[in-house]
Structures are given as structure tokens and as C-alpha cells.
Design a protein around this ligand. Structure first.
Ligand SMILES: N[C@H](CCC[C@H](N)C(=O)O)C(=O)O
Length: 290
């Protein structure tokens, strides 16, 4: 390993591909170019890269910057946050953590069953906080559709931010029966979303159970999206489709989302380690650890 290299851990959160980059104690930052290079390599391909820095304030465990595969940054990543917790817990044995992620303070805990719970913060429903390009007073169903005008395939999503923008389209058929690879990029980049948006299809598949599939902003189709699961669960509860504790099934696995009475959203699930390596934070050149 050269001196410029930093350790990284290839992980996944119920199939969401994550790289955790250990940048603690360093003066340099992960560049968007390095993120794009790692995303472009089959072995290190990720949906999100969690760049973990020494905290500016010592009462936190780390300050985190999140990259998407296209080099853009994201304000929240639930599955990636669980991966960071799992890695740090393996290092120190701690069970409680505090992070700063894109301006927000995020707490996380490991339960006795090994499951990791992340307090994802509070949802924002106001049109200019999501943000939307136009004023909408009721963001439970906004006017937006795709497909034939008089018989749209996807329509009237519920929208919100949980640190990043989400649109949830309610569907009656199996979430896999929609061409999300085709509609995803159109909806992600629709002018109603000035910062783009993560696009989730959600079907109610049981009492307090949703099945979802997400097209992620800056990344594309993924096996799971933690913040998308939060957006689906919170929007399901506020539109009367479920209660406030919901099992959310993603293609890669299940999460439990609780929208607490105090308005905080708690996401619970697992995280897995795949392999470790080192990389150059400026270029993305990397080596697998022996
Ligand atoms: N996979 C992530 C969300 C990524 C969101 C990102 N694509 C964005 O630009 O907001 C999660 O587990 O929450």
C-alpha cells in the first residue's frame, strides 16, 4: 500500500452496494473523480460511497460525505449508514454512534440481535424543502404522470425529503412488472425536481407491509434503498395505507421502518462485509487487501 492510499471496505446493506472509505486522520478528501473511477470498476462498483472523516466536533464518531456512482453527492443513505456502523462496531465494540451527514446529526444503534437502527431524522413535506420547482400544498399526491395522458402508467406520487428527495409512486401490480429502467431516468430528471429525485415504486403487499423497487438519483436501479424505504413507509402512513411501523421489502431484503410519534424515522436492518482494500482518494486506483 502506498502512503497516499486509504483503507476501504466493500460492503452491502441488503444488497445496496456500498463502499466505506476510511479517511479518518487524513487531510485530503475523496474526489468525485475517484468515486467515478471506483464505480466504473466491476469489483468496486458501488451505489454509494461513504467517505468517513474525523469529526470536526469530538462528540461525534465521524463526519460522512456520500457519493453516488455518477460522482454527485447525496444528503442521506440509510443502507450505507448501517454499513458504517457495522464496520466501526467491529473496530471498537461500541453499540451507539453519532455522525454528521451533510449537515444533519444522525444517531445509530446496534440491538442485541445485531440489527442496526439508524435515526434518519424527520421527514420534510413542504414543496420547497423537498425541493419541487412549483408550489404544491399537498405533497401526498402531486400532479405528475408518465405514459398515455388518459391512461398513465405511473401517476400522482407522494413526495418528501428525508435528507434527500424522494417520489413514491403507488402501484397495484408487482413492482417488477414496470419498466423502471426506462421511466426512472425520465422521472429522476423531470423539471418538477430541481435537485433531481430518487424514484420508488411501492405496492401494499400486506397489513403494514410494502414491497418497493427504487431508481436511485445518480446511481440507477439498486437492490435496496434505505431512504426510499423510509419515504415509502412515511408516505404510506400519511396517506392511510399503513400504520406507522412498516415492513418494507426491497429486492435485496427487508427493512423495518418506524415513523415515531415524535416525528423521527427509525430504519432497522443488517449490513454485510464483502472484502477490504486500499485506494487512492484522488484517483480511485485501488488494491485488494491480502
Ligand atoms: N441507497 C441510499 C439512498 C441513496 C440516495 C441517493 N441516490 C441520492 O442521491 O439521494 C439509501 O439506502 O438510503
Amino acid at each position: 500500500m502506498s502512503e497516499t492510499h486509504a483503507p476501504f471496505f466493500k460492503m452491502n446493506g441488503i444488497g445496496n452496494k456500498i463502499i466505506v472509505a476510511d479517511m479518518r486522520g487524513r487531510a485530503d478528501r475523496v474526489t468525485p473523480e475517484a468515486a467515478i473511477a471506483l464505480a466504473g470498476d466491476e469489483a468496486t462498483h458501488f451505489d454509494q460511497l461513504m467517505a468517513v472523516y474525523s469529526p470536526l466536533n469530538p462528540n461525534r464518531d465521524a463526519d460522512i460525505e456520500i457519493f453516488n456512482a455518477d460522482g454527485s453527492t447525496a444528503g442521506a443513505c440509510g443502507n450505507g449508514t448501517r454499513c458504517v456502523v457495522s464496520w466501526l462496531a467491529g473496530e471498537t465494540g461500541a453499540t451507539g454512534f453519532k455522525f454528521k451527514i451533510s449537515g444533519a446529526i444522525i444517531d445509530a444503534q446496534i440491538g442485541e440481535d445485531g440489527m442496526i437502527s439508524v435515526n434518519m431524522g424527520v421527514p420534510r413535506f413542504e414543496w420547497d424543502q423537498i425541493p419541487l420547482a412549483e408550489e404544491f400544498y399537498d405533497t401526498r399526491n402531486i400532479e405528475l404522470q408518465i405514459g398515455p395522458i388518459d391512461n398513465p402508467i405511473l401517476h400522482t406520487p407522494s413526495v418528501m425529503s428525508i435528507g434527500n428527495p424522494h417520489a413514491v409512486f403507488w402501484v397495484k401490480e408487482d413492482v417488477n412488472s414496470y419498466a423502471l429502467d426506462r421511466f426512472g431516468p425520465l422521472l429522476e430528471n423531470h423539471p418538477i425536481f430541481p435537485d433531481r429525485a430518487n424514484i420508488t415504486l411501492a405496492q401494499v403487499t400486506g397489513e403494514n407491509e410494502l414491497t418497493i423497487r427504487t431508481w436511485e438519483r445518480g446511481t440507477g436501479l439498486t437492490l435496496a434503498c434505505g431512504s426510499g424505504a423510509c419515504a415509502a413507509a412515511v408516505n404510506a402512513a400519511r396517506t392511510g395505507r399503513t400504520g406507522r411501523v412498516v415492513k418494507v421489502r426491497n429486492p435485496g431484503g427487508d427493512l423495518i421502518i418506524e415513523w415515531r410519534e415524535d416525528n423521527f424515522v427509525i430504519m432497522t436492518g443488517g449490513a454485510k462485509h464483502e472484502f477490504s482494500g486500499t485506494f487512492n482518494p484522488a484517483t480511485g486506483a485501488w488494491e485488494q487487501a491480502a
